[in-house]
Design a binder for this molecule. Structure first.
Ligand SMILES: *Cc1c(COP(=O)(O)O)cnc(C)c1O
Length: 388
């Protein structure tokens, strides 16, 4: 069965209460018939069975979401987190301890970078950023005897370089380090990093999985080797996701394949239109042949998200601001992966440590939503007049 069909036919546990979707399931206390049942469930929880034991350890909708992501990613187990960022930091914190060294891509999501820069050193972890397109053999030279994790985000959510996960995983595993990948851009449908050699995969389900700009939730999926550390950290820190957010993510999964196909087609049309405009210096969209890592994208991904960057030829700040403000359908806002088109100015030169940003003109990141493409192109066209 294809993932698209599997997501439509996800079921939850109870045949007696067979609504198509599980209810919004709130729980802290779970009640047991007797001591024997309490003890049996306690033993079951220790063996990672999906049983109701205590609210924080999961309810049927939580198990349903975790198991769906695990199946799509081809992992061992998944856990849910209160946000995508909490999922990113869980992958870091679960793997690293005092005295360890982290290699992290220079293209990582800003708050993930900040956590690596500002929190990890306080706990005695050394942190080294590396250029996202650094070849794996050059990356190998950055390993130290205490390097325990390589953190990737492919493609990077501002600069869109695709990374060679299999080659990096081979280098890391040969040196006793794990690889974590923030896979939010691709969703579990368009790339499965565990199949490419990664050990941990992160999703900000806030984005395409939720898909409706109304929930903040994250997931981490581990392979068998990384799972005990992930579970120990997550349970120790008491991390889980709220019932409404889990419900929203599950509901989003039902239509994820259909929405992604529409996002992908529209994103490529808008990217091609932009690439042909005289005002545009570069379009950083992995599906365009000139994009950094396009060959890797073609090899490792089965589709493209509709999030990409547009770099303009140098223009006065005043004209650039006027053009951004003139957009009507592209709303100005953070996050992405919802039904609506979004724009945010980006300035990667300000938040990269070791990768030169070759452009001098201003840049934006666009998210192409589910509007009619012609309406979006007309909106861009009228805003572009302000650039002249
Ligand atoms: C948004 C985002 C996150 C963080 O997700 P939140 O749910 O907003 O905390 C992490 N990684 C990437 C690539 C993102 O785009």
């Amino acid at each position: 069965m294809q993932s698209q069909t599997e997501l439509i036919h996800l079921q939850w546990g109870d045949e007696q209460l067979a609504t198509a979707n599980p209810p919004l399931w709130r729980a802290s206390t779970i009640l047991y018939q007797d001591l024997a049942e309490m003890e049996a469930r306690e033993r079951a929880v220790q063996t990672d069975a999906d049983v109701l034991y205590y609210g924080r350890k999961g309810t049927p909708p939580v198990f349903m979401l975790q198991d769906a992501i695990t199946r799509l990613e081809g992992g061992h187990r998944s856990l849910v987190f209160p946000s995508g960022l909490a999922a990113c930091t869980a992958a870091l914190m679960a793997t690293l301890k005092a005295g360890d060294h982290l290699l992290i891509t220079d293209s990582a999501y800003g708050p993930t970078r900040q956590a690596a820069q500002q929190l990890l050193p306080r706990w005695g972890v050394e942190v080294t950023f590396f250029a996202p397109t650094l070849p794996a053999d050059a990356l190998a030279a950055l390993f130290k005897p205490n390097t325990k994790l390589v953190f990737l985000e492919s493609p990077g959510s501002h600069t869109f370089e695709v990374q060679d996960i299999p080659a990096i995983a081979a280098v890391a595993h040969a040196r006793g380090a794990r690889v974590a990948v923030d896979n939010t851009w691709a969703t579990p449908l368009y790339c499965q990093p565990l199949q490419l050699g990664a050990d941990l995969v992160i999703h900000a389900a806030t984005k395409y999985i939720g898909g409706h700009s109304d929930a903040t939730i994250g997931t981490v999926t581990a392979n068998r080797d990384a799972w005990p550390d992930l579970k120990r950290y997550t349970w120790g820190m008491g991390l889980t996701a709220g019932a409404e957010e889990v419900y929203a993510a599950l509901r989003g999964l039902r239509t994820l394949a259909t929405r992604m196909a529409a996002h992908d087609a529209a994103g490529r049309k808008v990217a091609a239109w932009l690439a042909a405009r005289p005002e545009v210096e570069a379009v950083l969209h992995p599906a365009l042949p000139q994009a950094p890592g396009h060959d890797l994208w073609q090899r490792d991904f089965s589709g493209a998200a509709s999030l990409f960057a547009v770099v303009f030829k140098p223009v006065t700040e005043e004209r650039f601001r006027a053009a951004v403000d003139a957009l009507q359908l592209f709303k100005l806002g953070f996050s992405w992966g919802g039904f609506e088109s979004l724009v945010v100015p980006i300035a990667p030169a300000k938040y990269r440590d070791c990768t030169p940003w070759p452009y001098s003109g201003p840049a934006v990141r666009l998210h192409i939503g589910l509007e009619a493409v012609d309406d979006l192109l007309a909106d861009l066209e009228q805003a572009f007049v302000r650039l002249q």
